[in-house]
Design a protein around this ligand. Sequence first.
Ligand code: C2E
Ligand code: CA
Ligand code: CA
Ligand code: CA
Length: 273
Amino acid sequence: EKQKRSANIAIFDQTMLQQQEREYFLKSALASAVDNNELFLMYQPIVSNQNGRVRACEVLLRWSLNGEVISPMEFIPIAESYGLIHELGIWVIEHAFKDVANWCFEDDVSISINISIMQIEHDEFIPFIESALAKSEISPQKVSLEITESLFARDNAKVIEKVRALQALGISVSLDDFGTGFSSLAQLQSLSANTVKIDKTFIDSIESGGRAIIQATNYLAGELSYEVIAEGVETQEQTAILKEIGVENVQGFLFAKPMKVEKLANWNKVHAE
Ligand code: C2E
Ligand code: CA
Ligand code: CA
Ligand code: CA
């Protein structure tokens, strides 16, 4: 038994070490990812569940390192820990604005950009957004920023102030991953964002308990004039139930996987048929 335990500890140590080594390696490589042109953007359409029209596209960052595409779930936390998130965030916004300025969609289709709370807290963020908007000449009405709801609660007063400043520029703000964090439904009121993105976990469990939460969220969101998007929709059954509930917008692999900007036009053509 004693031997088994020490073997377990040894394996545990080794895994930790490997994780630390990978993190260190990624952190070093990430510092030059922008200069080395290793970043690229994918776009995932968000569509109306009533008429199928494209409403927006979510911008999803990718990092290609030596032929391996690394997930943002792995590198965004590293970027946050090592102070690299601001540079990445600027890169994302500048490139997304460029793409949007000449993409295939009609003028009312917006982009939705993920922002980590560290970015929004940075004093230079709002001035940067303002100048990026001016430079690109895209309308602020076409831009939405997604902020994870769980982090929203961290320094509420400061974040709410920033959200208001962004909204004053004409940008809208989405609560991402809604339902997974600390906020209760009642807090939808004080957060005063524009859109709620109902987290995939509730869509996954829509036939076993998730439905009630989606219904309650959708109802309250409607009362508070929020737009609602269901995330991670993968099946026709989920789509049908969401329609029954009255959730207006859907996003997920069933409709479109994230794709490069050049592919959007063709997807849109096929989708419209
Ligand atoms: P998220 O904002 O919740 O994005 C949704 C994730 O779910 C994306 O993963 C998307 O590709 C995936 N997804 C969409 N539809 C489906 C579906 O039907 N089924 C399944 N299984 N997955 C689906 P991705 O692209 O790997 O991004 C992961 C997370 O990384 C994002 O979660 C977001 O929090 C973060 N992220 C991505 N791009 C950026 C960025 O530019 N800046 C920041 N700060 N974070 C980003
Ligand atoms: Ca998101
Ligand atoms: Ca999400
Ligand atoms: Ca997420």
